[in-house]
Design a protein around this ligand. Sequence first.
Ligand code: MF3
Ligand code: CO
Length: 258
Amino acid sequence: MALEMISLKSPREIEAMRRAGRLTAQARALAGSMVRPGVTTHEIDRAVRRFIESHGAKPSFLGYGGYPASACISVNEVVIHGIPGPRKLKEGDIVSVDVGAFIGGFHGDCAATYLCGEVSPEAKHLVEVTQQSFWEGIRYARGGGRVSDIGHAVQEYVESFGYSVVRDFVGHGVGTRMHEPPEVRNFGPAGHGPRLQPGMTIAVEPMVCAGDWHVQVLPDKWTTVSQDGSLTAHYENTILITEDGPEILTVTEDGTYV
Ligand code: MF3
Ligand code: CO
C-alpha cells in the first residue's frame, strides 16, 4: 500500500477549516452548556445535531463506521465513544462531549470534559490536568518540530500527576476526511514521526485515566471504558501548524475553547 501523504492546506482551504472549526467549537460549547443533573445524553446529542444541521453542516460522526449519533458523550469511566441514550446525568459526573462538523468540504473535530454540578476535587483536578496537557503538548506544534514532540510533552505532564494516557486511541490529521495521517500519539519519546510543517491541520486529543491506562471496548463496539473503572477525561482541538506555532481552529468567535 502506498504511503499516504500528509496534506498541506492552502490559504483557501485553511479558511474553510476555520469555518468548520468555529462551528464545531460552537456545538461543543452548546453541549457543555447543557451538562447538568437530570439531562439525558440523548437530549444533548439531539441539540448538537440540530445546531450543526441548522447551519447547513453535517455532523461528522453520524453514520461514521456505523456510529449512530452526532456526539460522543462519555461519562466518568467512559473515556471515549459513549453512545448518547436515556442515561440521566447526575451531580458529580464528569461528562466528555466529542463533536465533529463537516461544512465547505472540511471537518472540525473537538472535545471537552464538563463538570456536572458539584464534583469531587479529585475529578475536577483530573479534568484540569487533561485540559492543560493539551496546551503543554501544542507548545511543540510548530513548523520544524516532530509529531511525537507533542505526545511526549502530553505524557510527561499527565504522568507528573500520577495519571496515565490512553495508548489504544490517538489524535490524527483532519481535513476533507475526519481522520487523515499523521497519527498523533499522546505518549512516547520526542523527536520521532513526520516533521511538522505549516499548513498541516491535526487533532490533538489527550485521553487521560486517573488510574491505569488500559481501556476496554464494550460489546456495543463503541463505548470505551478504563479497564480499572477509574475516572477519565478527554480534551481535543483541531489545530493548524504555522511557522510561529499552533492556531486553534476549533474556537468560537468569542474565543471559547471549551
Ligand atoms: N473525535 C473522535 C475521533 O477523533 C470521534 C470519532 S467517533 C465516531 O476519532 F463516532 F465518529 F467514530
Ligand atoms: Co478526533
